[in-house]
Design a protein around this ligand. Structure first.
Ligand code: 13P
Length: 259
């Protein structure tokens, strides 16, 4: 099945009001020619969603948020609801990023609640999974990723999952400059797809997009995207430079091998 390549730019807690808008403008100006065959989404910090959204207006680049509350509304100081995000024109949201799981202590149960909330609210969700170095060294990488998937997908129908993206982001590759090898990424993506097939069906498994994240740069994107089953990437550091991000987008547009 032909899957449309997906590239996300996760800006994390970077940029300021002016530089965020300038980055979005630079990407927007380039999007018309270069990006029509792939889905490109940027995930700026919450306070800049509106200005980045304005800069991306009428471009092919979609607006995403880095997180959302598991609750619809109410007395939850500091939280941001799905409805607030959609109000701002946000169409995508990251759920379960490793920095939220490991640095901010988000449990698998909370990730599952947020994921269900995103889907119920009509947001497209990127579910992030991935093992730590310790888990990998102990030979538990596959088990950890499957546990994260099982927990987040529990109780959700195949129909509700058709538009989701799963991001395989091994924790040891995030922000370290050491990306997974193309073979590692291929293997992990194959396992994720096979889990979806056994839990749901082969139709969902062959349609679902699975992207790689962790030290993706223009220099390694082409090789990683050439692996069958890698449908694009979630980019951190390199998404903060328009030229690098666009070059990764072009690599996806040209070189994704689906299957
Ligand atoms: P880096 O590309 O900076 O390693 O970050 C990856 C990531 O966490 C994307 O969500």
């Amino acid at each position: 099945m032909q899957r449309r390549p997906f590239i996300g730019g996760n800006w994390k807690m970077n940029t300021d009001l002016a530089s965020g808008a300038a980055l979005a403008q630079a990407l927007g100006a380039a999007s018309v020619n270069a990006l029509s065959s792939i889905d490109v989404v940027v995930f700026p910090p919450f306070p800049y969603l509106q200005s980045v959204g304005r800069a991306l207006n009428a471009t092919a680049i979609a607006l995403g948020a880095q997180d959302l509350s598991s609750e619809a509304n109410g007395a939850l100081t500091g939280e941001v609801s799905a409805e607030m995000l959609t109000d701002l024109g946000v169409t995508w949201v990251l759920v379960g990023h490793s920095e939220r799981r490991h640095r901010l202590g988000e449990s698998e149960a909370l990730v599952a609640e947020k994921f269900a909330m995103a889907l119920a609210s009509g947001l497209c969700a990127v579910l992030c999974v991935g093992e730590t170095l310790e888990e990998r060294k102990a030979g538990r990488a596959h088990e950890v990723v499957v546990r994260q998937l099982e927990s987040a997908l529990h109780g959700l129908s195949a129909d509700s999952l058709r538009e989701i993206v799963v991001a395989y982001e091994p924790v040891w590759a995030i922000g370290t400059g050491v990306a997974a090898t193309a073979t590692d990424a291929h293997e992990a993506h194959r396992e994720i797809r096979s889990f979806v097939s056994s839990r749901y069906d082969s139709e969902l498994a062959s349609g679902i997009r699975i992207v790689y994240g962790g030290s993706l740069v223009p220099g390694n994107a082409k090789t990683i995207f050439a692996e069958p089953g890698v449908d694009g990437g979630l980019v951190g550091g390199a998404s903060l430079k328009a030229g690098d991000f666009l070059s990764i987008c072009s690599a996806a547009a040209i070189g994704i091998a689906t299957g």
